[in-house]
Design a protein around this ligand. Sequence first.
Ligand code: 3SK
Length: 512
Amino acid sequence: MGESENAAVYFVDRHVEEGRADKVAFREADGRKRSLTYGQLAEEASRFAGALYRHGVRREERIAMIVRDQIEFPVVFWGALKAGAIPVPLNTLLSSAVYEDILNDSRASILVVSEQLWEVVEPAVQGNRFLRAILVIGEAPRGTESYAEFIRDAPPQPAVEAHGDELAFWLYSSGSTGTPKGVRHVHASLKATVDTFGRQVLGIREDDTVYSVAKMFFAYGLGNAMSFPMAVGATTILYGGRPTPDAALEIMKTERPTVFCAVPTLYAALVAAQEKAGGKPDHAIRICTSAGEALPREVGERWEKLWGAEIVDGVGSTEMLHIFLSNRPGDCVYGTSGLAVPGYEVRLVDEHDEDVAEGEVGELLVRGPSSADGYWNRRSKSMSTFQGHWTRTGDKYERTPAGRFVYCGRTDDMFKVSGIWVSPFEVEQALVEHPGVLEAAVVPKADDKGLEKPKAFVVLKSGTCAEDVGDLKEFVKQKIGMWKYPRWIEFVDDLPKTATGKIQRFKLRESV
Ligand code: 3SK
């Protein structure tokens, strides 16, 4: 083998060789406000790798991480890669029952957990037959070990040689439905997302400071907050708490990020909060990204007016690791997901896998250098999703005459009204254009003749009540046409969402 393609060499150790050892790689915006330089990260990750060896961990053993966005996250992730073990960052908002399933499914032998999350994790580890150590970052309760003790005096271990095609890490994806699946990624994929979206679309730079509201356990956050900034020697702001609009505004003001990455729900909430407060926000942002679901046009336009910075809206997936379809800085058309990211190809196909004609809706397929190696222990699902070089996304899109892609919903969210397809997203987009509406979700509901019609769940902006918004049905009719308007409207306090901000329409469908 030639030079090692272990991703930790490129993302971590290279910075020391290139003279960036003293540059701050990560800075916490909460808690003890600790920071970690590139040099400290290289050393600590090598010590974590050494501690894993000392504990008898072998290559490809899984290291489950239920870790908040804090400086230990990159140490454990890169340390595991250095050791040739497989870090498996997990969503920090899951229930005990789901953690139990995932820990059993992955057969992780080591679990690293933030002390704040132990209460939920504890019931999940009772009776687990695979875990050989549970490392708690912070105060270690009985039956666990302290993470700090685990790495104390461990002999630093350099990164093992690895091939770019070798498995590096897993992410668990639950998508908008179903039980989580382990998505297996290889070493080369991290750099592939940097060389495509990171450099050619986002244009990340060494002098950037990044703040990603999307946490690092999520593929979108992992790229935003870790691989993109670390590829160029930039600095990332970490925030372990809940990313409320107030917290995000405070971080923008005090930490001065230049790159801001969030999801549509938070952009909508930030715009509403700023409009209510009046004036302009205090910030240093030069560029923003949005993913997780399509950004409503209205939200993008209002954000840009207030912040004076564009939101580059794109689409990615855990299976493709990051964004493969995106708008471009200086050429953002809100309400569209833009064009294929350089390095990726996309197709829209019908139910026979034939390319659809221009203007028709089809399922989006993608091919590119960062696709996953497959799902863990889900052979049939792997075969139906990863078809040769192409990956099925399960998203429905339409291409405009200008070649831009417009989101129409998930394949399983679309429904027909009077024989014509309705995209819930189009109806939701029309609803959020109403000044009193914060968010909306639309699902089919059978009428008294058993025929499906749209039903909307609507969250109003704070300080607005149902009587204030007038006739929302008529508002939608005027915007998008007679048959698509919601026949029923239910006002709710919030919508069911995945931890990454995707609306769980299946839960609303079940409720009707
Ligand atoms: O949902 C998305 O758009 C996304 C973007 C980047 C990485 C991962 C995901 C799921």
